[in-house]
Design a protein around this ligand. Structure first.
Ligand code: GLY
Length: 396
């Protein structure tokens, strides 16, 4: 992979300066997108451009709203704040209409929109809408099988018994809803989902299955499978990244040691499979000839997980220092080898994301979630702003 031209000064520029420059550039591009494209959302296409549409019917729109919220938090730019509120309102309108809600990614959609609005603006209505989103997610709870069904309607022939590792990132919405309402039912479902994800999606060496199937009636385990990875027993890099960050967040909410250990093992595995240039291949077990795509979005997600672990691990934890060094390495690689810092006209922020390589869908392009987690990582490092997965401690 080529280096981004105007970061060749890296020898002279400190990491802090590089991060600040990358963040300023990313926020400026986000602002320009919101001014240029109004309240439309970016969808994945090919040839390093986003397809801006009104549709609002996918799992990914929250990432763009979240980017606008992060941009607003960067310097309090009023235009970005207005854009963040308008994009969030579009997601509220969708929820009220109960349109395109038949999947588990309600956590991605509303943690980064209405919950962000609650965290940033303190708007009580946004808090209420976020609880409503948790209720929508609970519609996916299958009491017989005891899991959150990822995709499709109840009883779906292919997906009816399926959980997926990505769902770990939707659990913070449920944990938060119990915290904020005092109603335990959200947390109870999230705890069962987390425990079964740990038991059935994680393998002994710290790698992961993308998906796992249960008997939908009895909840009996059947087998691990992939959906977007190379093959059933391989490790899909983004799934592994969801495990790193997802288990870290489950630990933050539950305080249960086994989830911290799971996040650490998942992170160690992810780092052990990185190539020399620090940008992961899309699947760690795919052949490197012919299918050598990278997934910068997996790297950005894992990086946020590592930064979260940096806050959660005890000072004496043996992994602390190596994870800190790895975070810096991943961030530098993202900025130098993947970011659009060298192209003032680019709409996207990170090149070389991979959506679904074998399906030929976005195999090497901008991914809006990659852009979101890239800016979350930059904001964590530069400003101590950790995104919108949990409420920040308020001074009392
Ligand atoms: N959660 C879907 C994906 O990571 O592609």
């Amino acid at each position: 992979m080529r280096k981004t031209a105007n970061v060749e000064t890296e020898g002279r520029e400190s990491m802090d300066q590089l991060v600040e420059r990358a963040l300023r550039d990313a926020v400026a591009k986000t602002k320009r997108n919101t001014l240029r494209h109004g309240d439309r959302f970016p969808y994945i296409t090919e040839g390093q451009r986003y397809d801006w549409r009104d549709d609002n019917n996918e799992w990914i729109e929250g990432f763009y709203a979240g980017l606008a919220w992060l941009g607003f938090e960067y310097e309090g730019d009023a235009a970005l704040g207005d854009a963040a509120r308008r994009l969030t309102a579009r997601l509220v309108e969708r929820m009220v209409a109960h349109r395109a809600m038949g999947h588990h990614d309600i956590g991605f959609l509303y943690s980064l929109s209405t919950k962000a609005e609650w965290i940033v603006d303190g708007a009580a209505a946004a808090r209420g809408r976020t609880v409503q989103a948790a209720d929508v997610l609970m519609e996916r709870w299958r009491a017989g099988g005891r899991y959150l069904q990822a995709w499709g309607e109840e009883g779906h022939a292919e997906h009816g018994g399926r959980i997926i590792i990505d769902c770990l990132m939707n659990l913070p919405l449920l944990f938060w809803a119990s915290e904020t309402t005092g109603n335990a039912r959200y947390r109870e479902a999230a705890e069962i989902q987390a425990a079964r994800s740990l038991k059935y999606l994680m393998r002994g060496d710290g790698s992961s299955y993308h998906t796992f199937r249960f008997d939908p009636v009895t909840g009996e385990p059947i087998r691990g499978e992939t959906h977007q990875g190379y093959r059933d027993g391989s490790t899909w890099a983004r799934g592994q990244a969801w495990a790193v960050y997802g288990f870290a967040l489950v630990y933050r909410y539950t305080g249960e040691r086994r989830y911290l250990d799971a996040a650490v093992r998942a992170a160690a595995y992810f780092l052990s499979r990185l190539p020399d240039d620090g940008v992961p291949h899309w699947d760690f077990d795919a052949p490197k000839h012919g299918l050598s795509n990278r997934d910068s979005s997996a790297s950005a997600i894992a990086l946020c997980g590592l930064l979260e672990l940096g806050q959660l691990l005890e000072p004496s934890a043996p992994e602390r220092e190596s994870f800190r060094e790895a975070s810096e390495r991943l961030l530098r690689a993202l900025i130098v080898a993947c970011s659009t810092l060298d192209d003032p006209d680019a709409e996207g922020l990170l090149r070389h994301g991979a959506y679904n390589v074998l399906a030929g869908k976005g195999p090497d392009d901008y991914m809006i979630w990659g852009d979101y987690f890239y800016v979350e990582a930059l904001m964590r490092v530069a400003k101590g702003v950790p995104g919108y997965w949990y409420e920040r401690k308020r001074d009392v």
